[in-house]
Design a protein around this ligand. Structure first.
Ligand code: IPE
Ligand code: IPE
Ligand code: MG
Length: 244
């Protein structure tokens, strides 16, 4: 079982288009698929779920779509946080908050504070998030420490940079899922996905359900994660119970 699943929820627009409805109808149906997915992960005891809701590039969509997505986001924050809290979900947001309206930022902060001590599952919502921006901000934070004289350039290594990117306090995602048929990362968690198992589905996000998620989990269970080692080494380590 993966401890951490990261999902690019793609295909809302095409789902609506197939029904000759406005794209926003697809986004609304997508929000229902989010609820199903959270429910499933809670039932299965998945420790962390990270959902790509809105990328730093999505700000470039037609203003009307961006506005409707913000409205949907605001409504979801008002409606869903109570239930998530009741279910013991810790909610967090990653991405550039400065681009959201004050009302949205306030609700995000409130949801995080309110659910901070919950332990059933950590739900990370990537909103206004970009993987390159994530790494750039980590580099900037370290550069500021060097400039302040509290860090030597030689002390910068993978571990240190890795502690400054988003989700640094969680194990990296074990399983990445992208719906919608495209096989790309689209600037999602670039650093964090280095050794994540990737799984792609043609299913459009609003149609995502327990059956498809179960297919992803079954596939994942059959994979051998080698982390650069040989199969024989992995088998020996597993026999000794030495793998993380
Ligand atoms: C994903 O669905 C949701 C967001 C990016 C907000 P899309 O809106 O990208 O749907 P398609 O890819 O156009 O079908
Ligand atoms: C990725 O989907 C972002 C989210 C699902 C939030 P996009 O639809 O924006 O990605 P591209 O444009 O197909 O790469
Ligand atoms: Mg898309």
């Amino acid at each position: 079982m993966p401890g951490h699943i990261a999902i690019i929820m793609d295909g809302n627009g095409r789902w609506a288009q197939q029904r000759r409805r406005p794209r926003m109808i697809g986004h609304r149906a997508g929000a229902r698929a989010v609820n199903r997915t959270i429910e499933f992960c809670l039932e299965r005891g998945i420790a962390a779920l990270t959902l790509f809701a809105f990328s730093s590039e999505n700000w470039g969509r037609p203003q009307e779509e961006v506005d409707s997505l913000m409205k949907l986001f605001l409504g979801a924050l008002d409606r869903e946080v109570d239930e998530l809290h009741r279910r013991g979900v810790r909610v967090r947001f990653i991405g550039d908050r400065s681009r959201f309206s004050a009302g949205i930022v306030q609700r995000m902060d409130k949801a995080e504070q309110r659910t901070l001590a919950n332990a059933a599952m950590t739900l990370n919502i990537a909103a206004s998030y970009g993987g390159r921006q994530d790494i750039a901000l980590a580099a900037r934070a370290l550069a500021q420490q060097v400039a302040a004289g509290t860090l030597l350039p030689e002390q910068i290594d993978e571990q240190l940079l890795g502690r400054h990117v988003a989700l640094a306090d969680l194990p990296a995602p074990d399983l990445f899922i992208r719906t919608g048929g495209d096989t790309r990362i689209s600037n999602f968690l670039l650093w964090q996905l280095a050794y994540t198992e990737l799984w792609f589905s043609d299913v459009l996000w609003p149609d995502f359900d327990a059956t498809i998620l179960q297919q992803a989990l079954d596939d994942y269970a059959g994979r051998e994660r080698r982390f650069g080692l040989t199969s024989a080494q992995i088998a020996a380590d597993a026999a000794q119970g030495a793998l993380p």
